[in-house]
Design a protein around this ligand. Structure first.
Ligand SMILES: [Fe+2]
Length: 374
């Protein structure tokens, strides 16, 4: 049984920001988890089902992750985004502010996790940018409470993860996508990633720190909303500089001529799993061509160094807060918010088993491997 990534796999993982492990989950765990899906398709009901958490806790993934990452709490929850087959491009406005049918690459909406998303206006928004923003953030789970750290989006993520409102991403250490359905075809509803862009994101966070130590949307160089889109209220799920850096003349466009980064679909079969860095821009895509619902429980794991005093369930994109947006009870002097900012700027700090490979690869590239101090 495989117990850790090989050095070559770790080098791939360093370069790409994700690594696919083929046929890594024992068959009986896959069959049991697939059976649990067939009983009911409600993501909330399934969140804490052990049939899914066993895919990590009883599979080789636990020792592989302990080696690569270090200590983490065994997950007790997973997120599910089931995508039924034969999905068609729609006329509705997507969070990006464009019509779904106009967004290239099967509606790919590359993003970072932990961004609070509110209800997308389905008519072009009117008024000034400030008025549009204010209306937008009224549509979250807390209603009309204004711009504050208590505001949470319809996706449960907080507008700002820390009480001081200096970080709108928070973050975690690793994603794990476990595959339970055939996702080997183009447009099969699979997860897509922006290969290698984790390096650019880490650099961008360091730049945000230097420019004023606020992180994520609403920090330097990253307006949360883009009003120059068809519904005038589009979400900048990535910083404009990153969209720019990863597009060229080969990229597909929306009807307004805007080019979009081409994501890499992660093709998988039942039994495969993908480990990815928090820092990698990623997205789901429409399941236009799959034969079956796309089923992949998603886990978000956090190195114990970040949350030594708090048990992480393993499904949340905002582990510095409770799932419903409440604040964690922190003991005197405990400050996960600062540790999260440090991790945004030092993405390998929480990958204990990657240290040698990262040092070697950065040396080959002539890049510094020094800690970025905050
Ligand atoms: Fe995501």
């Amino acid at each position: 049984m495989k117990a850790k990534l090989s050095d070559d796999e770790k080098r791939d993982f360093y370069r790409d920001g994700f690594v696919v492990l083929r046929d890594i989950i024992p068959k009986e765990l896959i069959v049991t988890a697939q059976g649990r899906y067939r009983e009911g398709e409600n993501g909330l009901d399934m969140m804490h089902a052990t049939e899914f958490t066993d895919l990590i806790n009883k599979s080789p993934l636990t020792s592989i992750l302990r080696d690569a990452m270090g200590e983490f709490d065994p997950p007790t929850a997973a997120r599910h985004i089931v995508r039924p087959p034969s999905q068609k491009p729609g006329d509705h406005f997507d969070a990006l502010g464009y019509r779904d049918k106009d967004i290239p690459y099967f509606g790919a909406n590359l993003h970072m996790d932990g961004e609070a998303v509110y209800q997308t206006p389905q008519e072009p928004a009117e008024g000034t940018p400030g008025e549009i923003y204010e209306r937008y953030i009224k549509t979250g789970r807390m209603g009309d409470i204004g711009r504050c750290a208590e505001s949470t989006g319809i996706n449960f993520s907080p507008l700002f993860h820390d009480p001081d409102m200096t970080n709108s991403l928070g973050g975690f250490t690793a994603f794990i996508f476990v595959c339970l359905s055939d996702q080997t075809m183009e447009g099969g509803g699979q997860t897509n990633v922006l290969r290698g862009a984790h390096h650019a994101m880490e650099e961008f966070f360091r730049w945000q720190y230097r420019e004023g130590s606020r992180f994520g949307p609403e920090g330097p160089g990253w307006p949360r909303l883009n009003h120059d889109v068809p519904n005038r209220c589009g979400y900048n799920h990535l910083p404009p500089a990153i969209y720019e850096q990863f597009t060229d003349e080969h990229c597909a466009t929306t009807p307004d001529g805007r080019r979009w980064p081409q994501p890499t679909p992660v093709f998988m079969q039942p039994g495969d799993a993908t480990i990815a860095m928090y820092h990698i821009p990623h997205c789901g895509t429409r399941n236009e061509h799959g034969d079956a619902p796309r089923r992949s429980p998603i886990f978000t794991l956090v190195n114990k160094k970040r949350h030594p005093n708090h048990v992480i369930e393993g499904h949340s994109d905002h582990p510095d807060r409770e799932w419903d947006g409440g604040f964690l009870e922190l003991s005197e002097g405990d400050n996960p918010y600062e540790r999260s900012k440090f991790a945004l700027c030092n993405m390998y700090h929480e990958w204990d088993g990657m240290q040698r490979i990262v040092a070697e690869e950065r040396a080959k590239e002539g890049k510094s491997n020094a800690i970025f101090e905050l």
